[in-house]
Ligand binder design. Structure first.
Ligand SMILES: Nc1nc2c(ncn2[C@@H]2O[C@H](COP(=O)(O)OP(=O)(O)OP(=O)(O)O)[C@@H](O)[C@H]2O)c(=O)[nH]1
Ligand SMILES: [Mg+2]
Length: 230
């Protein structure tokens, strides 16, 4: 996929402040410091589009970028950040949960996991939460340049084994490095596939009804269940 434009849209503190739902969105989520902002930059090929920092908890808002004028990339605040006021952490987590549960134009979530670590409880619980809330996602193991290929493979296998049986079909997995660009092509391919499917569905809908719109998943009613693991 060729990326011809990437425009910063807005930084939203919560779901209510996000822009209209007219374009499909692809969101990056994962533990603080896992490399969400870096991967987003690597995908777009414009360094500095999303801000990167070695300090965990750096991305504090829902940052939205419009790509090629027809879809959006969303950089979400990380979970599991151990520093800072608890009240602030809960507010960030609440905003992320609400976005993931209720954003009707959310097309796919890239759930990022550090490939250099064995399965972490917080990541496993987060993946379980995604499943429980029927959020469509793929797993992306990051920073593969930092450790030996055998370690990456062992960690990916352990993670996959840990979630075996939780889903009807095992989540699709990717590995990547924002540093070397490994996995970039595959991840863009996933977005490309999704956009093609949405365009085909829109064309079909055009034939049957005038009520168009990139409704990529069901409109969800707000739910009281905010039993978040992270
Ligand atoms: N070696 C290596 N370092 C990476 C990679 N991706 C990110 N990093 C580094 O990891 C640190 C965190 O990266 P960010 O992209 O800011 O991580 P984040 O997940 O957006 O973090 P928060 O916004 O705090 O949640 C930075 O120092 C990056 O340079 C990678 O693929 N390889
Ligand atoms: Mg970030």
């Amino acid at each position: 996929m060729n990326i011809s434009s990437a425009i910063f849209d807005c930084s939203a503190p919560d779901l209510a402040s996000c822009p209209d739902e007219s374009l499909p969105e692809f969101a990056f989520v994962g533990r603080s410091n896992v490399g969400k902002s870096s991967l987003l930059n690597a995908l777009v090929g414009e360094l500095g589009m999303a801000r990167v920092s070695a300090t965990p908890g750096f991305t504090k808002l829902i940052n939205i970028f419009t790509i090629n004028r027809c879809w959006r990339l969303v950089d979400l605040p990380g979970y599991g950040f151990a520093e800072g006021a608890r009240k602030h952490r809960e507010r960030f987590n609440q905003a992320v949960a609400e976005y993931l549960e209720h954003r009707t134009n959310l097309c796919l979530v890239f759930a990022l996991i550090d490939s250099g670590l064995p399965p972490q409880q917080i990541d496993l619980k987060f993946v379980e939460w995604l499943g429980r809330h029927a959020v469509p996602f793929v797993l992306v193991f990051t920073k593969t340049d930092k450790v030996a290929a055998a370690t990456v493979e062992a960690n990916v296998t352990d993670f996959t084994d840990s979630i075996a049986g939780w889903f009807e079909r095992s989540p699709v997995r990717f590995t990547c490095s924002a540093e070397t660009g490994q996995g970039r092509h595959e991840l863009l391919g996933v977005i490309d596939e999704q956009m093609t499917a949405i365009n085909v569905a829109s064309r079909r809908a055009l034939v049957h009804t005038e009520n168009l719109g990139p409704r990529v998943r069901e409109n969800r009613k707000p739910r009281p269940d905010l039993n978040r693991p992270w």
